[in-house]
Design a protein around this ligand. Structure first.
Ligand code: SF4
Ligand code: SF4
Length: 181
């Protein structure tokens, strides 16, 4: 897959999600954009091939990219932003936060709450409280986007590796919290 093809694929994925966010309104007003307040070591994993979007202007000055091992033999690219990106050009990880696409036992996409996303107030909402507040078409768009993206080279392996990591992070965090009760 060359960079032109990846660019086309991600433009389509971004278009499917569009301007949708988890809430009908701007969730950043709830939490002062907690997910954008990291320091210079915080960032997000780009999805396979997505780095082509962030290597050129006008997007590249806002991000530093470095290669990382995602685990299970999968390599990825980690992007650190300066906290002031143009939303139009934000990575897919930011567009889908606080959700995580995983593959079920039939290799079908399932969208779950990201077990690592404890910083996000929405992750703690019970289903009955979410009713009327959360926009269900946001989740629908994530299914559509990942049903499309998962067909491409390396994406299913990447989803498996990220989910494996996310579960490990949760186990370690739960252990830490229980030990400090
Ligand atoms: S932390 Fe959650 S509620 Fe806050 S801006 Fe990010 S996605 Fe929205
Ligand atoms: S890239 Fe943009 S949306 Fe994502 S964390 Fe940075 S400032 Fe926030």
């Amino acid at each position: 897959m060359d960079s032109k093809q990846w660019r086309k694929i991600y433009k389509k994925v971004y278009r499917i999600i569009g301007n949708k966010t988890p809430l009908y309104g701007d969730c950043g007003l709830l939490c002062q954009r907690a997910c954008c307040q990291g320091d210079s070591d915080d960032g997000m994993l780009l999805f396979p091939g997505e780095e082509v979007i962030f290597m050129n202007k006008p997007v590249s000055p806002y991000f530093s990219l470095s290669p990382v091992s995602v685990g299970k033999g999968v390599k990825g690219v980690f992007a650190v932003c300066d906290g002031t990106c143009n939303r139009k050009h934000r990575p897919l990880a930011c567009r889908i936060f606080p959700y995580l696409p995983i593959l079920d036992h039939n290799q079908s996409v399932e969208i779950i709450k990201d077990p690592r996303a404890t910083i996000c107030p929405l992750i703690h909402l019970e289903n009955e409280d979410a009713h009327g507040v959360m926009d269900p078409t946001f989740i629908d768009s994530l299914y559509e986007a990942f049903d499309y993206l998962v067909r491409f080279e390396g994406v299913s392996e990447f989803l498996e590796a990220v989910y494996h990591n996310a579960k490990e992070v949760k186990v370690v965090r739960d252990l830490f919290l229980n030990n400090n009760k």
